[in-house]
Ligand binder design. Structure first.
Ligand code: SAJ
Length: 431
């Protein structure tokens, strides 16, 4: 332990990052920028080639930072997992999606752990960052890594530390987001804390890997449930002829005990729609039904259909039907100012409209081409999106759109994000 601690202190520890996506790449560059020798591991050769050519493919990671660290010989990427044997610390940052049955899919974690297991050396520190249910590190990762007889916490060290990367957030970056760390024992917690402490301002050690795993799931379940609540408030406000956006803004003036969430077309992204179901799955193994998580999932999951219902209502005011109308969607990414389409509710809205006979089109400068299930569309330049459109729909409120112009150009606008806030007109319909 002392040897690794010294290597971390004097930054001679060799750091391996498995999974060079929106979590792994920023982490790798941060370690390299702080003087560590970093090797990135990924199965995707295009990612490996980009990095070794000094190019970034992640919005929040500057190409010049990748280029500088690669040029300085501090950072390289490879698909060859055998180099794991040379690492002092290994961070696993691979996806943890859901299966179609809404059960956790740990296949990426297992694959990464198998690679670590094949090359594990005494004294190494292994940290899992992938969001997962409490118990994964102890019940899945640890037994696999101990298969060769080495003991976690003694011969090698093992911890969990949840990723808190917020794509597109320029205020909270890797260095400034507090890092929760939970080891399989005190030494593991101390070593993982020292490693992150070398690149992150605040480290928050907790008593076990299970606590660290649960922290992340609480954070994101909190969001999913509150988004579900505010979506339900939006549905009832519409019934009660109340402007839910005005209500939320006024409630938001309360300086304590309230945190505004906003209605929308549904829940997108690779975290919030997924993470709570990791928690409910695990709780169910202990015979506990997570009713809030299930209910929030139902309410959020029904929002795309509700948006289509509201589009139908808006068309009705012009004695039109969805069937046969030309409907144009502004913004298809899962949230504003990002290009990520994963779980985007706009996909469901477009598919439902198409299925009901609408002719659909979209504008999203972050998503030039949209191919998904029965959708095969190309983004129409904003200025060209007007002629013959019966109804425009704002699904994702990218800052780049000119909403005053949208409010003027289209006979009907259904606004699912209050992007046209402050604009009035008979043609504007808000959630
Ligand atoms: N959404 C709403 N109403 C809201 C907030 C979000 O409908 O009030 C929708 C978004 O449009 C999106 C989905 O929910 O479709 C998720 O949005 P998000 O703001 O939670 O953004 P994410 O998915 O990028 O979540 C990440 C998470 N970060 C990590 O998991 C490390 C989350 O924990 C962050 O709190 C969140 O970013 C953030 O704060 O932006």
């Amino acid at each position: 332990m002392a040897l690794l601690k010294d290597k971390i202190q004097n930054r001679t520890a060799r750091v391996g990052i498995i999974g060079l996506g929106y979590v792994g790449l920023p982490l790798a560059v941060e370690f390299a920028k702080n003087g560590f020798d970093v090797t990135g591991f990924d199965v995707d050769t295009s990612k490996v080639d980009d990095i070794n050519a000094g190019r970034s493919y992640i919005l929040d990671v500057k190409t010049e930072d990748v280029a500088a660290t690669v040029k300085a010989g501090k950072f390289r990427a490879t698909t060859d997992m055998s180099s794991l044997k040379d690492m002092d610390a290994i961070d696993i940052c691979v996806p943890t999606p859901l299966r179609k049955t809404k059960d956790p899919d740990l296949s990426y974690v297992v694959k990464a752990v198998d690679a670590v297991k094949a090359h594990i050396k005494p004294g190494q520190l292994v940290i899992l960052e992938s969001t997962t249910y409490p118990g994964t590190t102890d019940e899945v990762v640890r037994p696999a890594l101990e298969e060769k007889g080495l003991r976690a916490g003694k011969d090698f060290y093992l911890a969990f530390s949840p990723e808190r990367v917020d794509p597109g957030n320029e205020t909270h970056v890797t260095r400034t987001i507090p890092k929760v760390v939970g080891g399989c024992n005190e030494e593991s917690t101390q070593l993982a804390s020292a490693l992150y402490g070398a690149i992150i301002d605040t480290v928050v050690p907790v008593s076990s890997t299970q606590v660290a795993e649960m922290v992340k799931l609480l954070e994101n379940t909190f969001r999913a449930v509150n988004i579900g609540l505010v979506n339900e408030i939006a549905l009832m406000s519409h019934r009660m002829n109340l402007n839910v956006w005005e209500v939320i803004d006024a409630a938001g003036t309360k300086p304590f005990g309230f945190m505004p969430f906003y209605p929308g077309p549904g829940l997108g992204g690779h975290c919030i729609p997924i993470d709570p179901f990791y928690l409910s799955w695990k709780a169910r193994q202990s015979g506990f039904e997570c009713r809030f998580i299930e209910l929030a999932g139902q309410v959020n999951g029904a929002m795309p259909a509700y948006v289509v219902e509201r589009i139908g209502e808006a068309l009705n005011t012009k004695r039109k039907a969805i069937n046969g109308s030309n409907i144009h969607v502004f913004g298809v990414a899962y949230k504003k100012d990002v290009s990520d389409m994963r779980e985007s509710p706009a996909l469901d809205v477009l598919e439902l409209l198409q299925r009901r006979g609408a002719t659909i089109s979209y504008t999203d400068p972050y998503v030039p081409v949209l191919r998904h299930a029965d959708l095969d569309l190309t983004s129409v330049p904003d200025e060209k999106a007007a002629s013959g459109i019966d109804c425009a729909v704002v699904c994702t409120n990218h800052r780049v759109f000119d909403y005053a112009s949208i409010a003027k150009r289209f006979p009907l606008v259904v606004d699912t994000r209050n992007a046209l806030k402050g604009l009035t007109g008979e043609n504007i319909f808000r959630l």
